[in-house]
Ligand binder design. Structure first.
Ligand code: FAD
Length: 181
């Protein structure tokens, strides 16, 4: 049996590992659009806040480790762009090379997660508006240079998904001088 999974973070990676435990022979291929797999989103605010300092701790799993441990093929920077149920195949684009190809499956599992919503509120058009969902979002936020001009014009909308996001994001914004206590 060949299983194709779309999305390789919490849902997709967990399902892949579970399928391997249930079926030693299955061929399992995971396509992940971002550059990272099976990481802990909940650690991202702690990395921003400086509680976690080693980026390796965010991404304990790599495609190589996944393959050697579970014989699961994790293809990062690969986006599934269409599903063809009639021929049991998906269209995939390799985001590094631009190569497009089809991958067949016996079973297809969709675990594409979600994207942060940006509500249509006054201030949404500001030059720098960050959302935090992925490792890439985290690095983008940390690598950004905030100028005084930007800071003075910014309006903040902190999307609080959990207590940790609330606390750590708040601490980070206060320590960075971006928010008053
Ligand atoms: C900052 C933050 C803190 C959190 N803290 C906690 C916590 O403390 N406790 C808790 O229980 N939960 C927490 N969560 C929620 C938890 O991380 C999510 O519920 C979980 O990540 C959902 O996993 P998922 O695999 O369903 O989706 P996602 O993590 O969104 O992963 C889906 C993946 O699918 C990929 N994908 C989508 N479409 C395609 C496509 N067409 N082709 C290829 N790949 C595709 C995306 O690139 C994405 O990486 C937190 C979330 C965030 C953002």
């Amino acid at each position: 049996m060949k299983v194709v999974i779309v999305g390789g973070v919490a849902g997709g990676a967990t399902a892949a590992a579970r399928i391997r435990r249930l079926d030693e022979q299955a061929e399992i291929v995971v396509f992940e659009r971002s550059g990272y797999v099976s990481y802990a989103n909940c650690g991202l605010p702690y990395y921003i806040g400086g509680v976690i300092t080693d980026p390796e701790e965010l991404t304990l799993q790599t495609p190589e480790r996944f393959f050697s441990r579970f014989r699961i093929s994790m293809k990062v920077r690969h986006e599934v762009t269409a599903i063809h149920p009639e021929k049991k195949a998906v269209s995939v684009t390799n985001l590094e090379t631009g190569e497009a190809f089809e991958e067949s499956y016996d079973k297809l599992l969709l675990s594409p997660g979600a994207k942060p919503a940006q509500p249509r509120l006054p201030g949404i058009g500001i030059r720098k508006l960050f959302t935090l969902r992925t490792v890439e979002d985290t690095l983008k936020l940390l690598n950004n240079q905030f100028t005084d001009e930007m800071m003075s014009e910014l309006t903040y909308y902190v999307d609080v998904e959990g207590r940790d996001v609330d606390e750590v994001a708040h601490e980070f914004l206060v320590s960075a001088g971006l928010l008053e206590e």
